[in-house]
Design a protein around this ligand. Structure first.
Ligand code: ZN
Length: 274
């Protein structure tokens, strides 16, 4: 089926910080040495790689990438950032940069594997259903987003991640430019993240509508919102809601400055888990 998540009628975006995050390192984090390209140490909460249940881990990886993507929209909105090119691509790159900066190597690899698997699954579902992926959509086609993610992962550390070429079946024609693509995206979003890291920890992101406090999705989003607050302070308060939407989706609404994570998203992802 054609999934609408990551699409948002009114998406905007956000990003992440870094140097200041060093102090928020979670007990679960394994490696906080210098990141790719000399980026600051990183930190985070719940390494996807430590999740026992593979389906839960897969859902969490993709929900996290979605949350980062929507944060990218929130950042573009609240910081009034200039966007040179399609915003949806920019916030996909933001999500990738954040995944790269905030997590240790093992977790980062798992995140990228899970996120790219979800894009491939969407592509295969579309093909099976005879659905033509839309070239007019402001989001990239699933496999385009797959290769963008794969390229940024490889490009963050081409020497240390040669395995990624085969893992993601990344053609030489694309791989050759991945280091430069990562460097460009990391430079663009890095300054934003560093600016937001001042004054951390913050409380600028709060949960709003939560219909089921005990659900796995709600609990995971709650933990990751807390992690984001430890890493950055938004210029304007934003809220995050986890609610049924009647569709598989997630989006940022700039009017109330709210990120909506639809509960249908986790069910959809669970069905696409490897
Ligand atoms: Zn979006």
């Amino acid at each position: 089926m054609k999934t609408g998540y990551f699409t948002a009628p009114l998406c905007l975006s956000l990003s992440l910080c870094l140097p200041a995050m060093a102090g928020t390192k979670d007990d679960n984090e394994r490696d906080h040495t210098t990141g790719p390209g000399g980026t600051p140490p990183v930190v985070n909460t719940i390494p996807a790689s430590t999740i026992k249940d593979p389906v839960e881990r897969f859902v969490e990886s993709n929900v996290l990438e979605t949350l980062y993507h929507e944060m990218g929209h929130a950042l573009i909105d609240t910081m009034n950032l200039s966007v040179f090119g399609p915003e949806e691509f920019a916030v996909d790159f933001f999500a990738a940069i954040l995944m790269e900066r905030v997590h240790d190597e093992v977790t980062t690899r798992q995140l990228f594997e899970d996120v790219t698997h979800a894009y491939r699954a969407d592509d295969q579902s579309d093909r099976a259903a005879g659905v033509e992926t839309s070239s007019w959509d402001n989001h990239g086609k699933p496999m385009q987003r797959y290769y963008n993610m794969a390229c940024l992962f490889y490009g963050a550390d081409p020497d240390g991640r040669k395995h990624a070429l085969e893992l993601f079946n990344l053609p030489d024609g694309r791989a050759d430019s991945c280091a430069e693509e990562f460097e460009q995206a990391n430079f663009a979003w890095g300054g934003v993240l560093e600016e937001l890291s001042e004054g951390t920890p913050g409380t600028s992101i709060t949960l709003d509508w939560i219909l089921d406090n005990d659900s796995h999705l709600t609990q995971y989003v709650t933990r990751e919102v807390a992690a984001l607050n430890r890493m950055l302070v938004m210029p304007e308060p934003i809220t995050v809601s986890v609610i049924p939407c009647g569709e598989v989706n997630a989006y940022y609404d700039p009017d109330p400055r709210e990120i909506i994570i639809c509960t249908e998203l986790s069910d959809h992802l669970a069905g696409n888990a490897p």
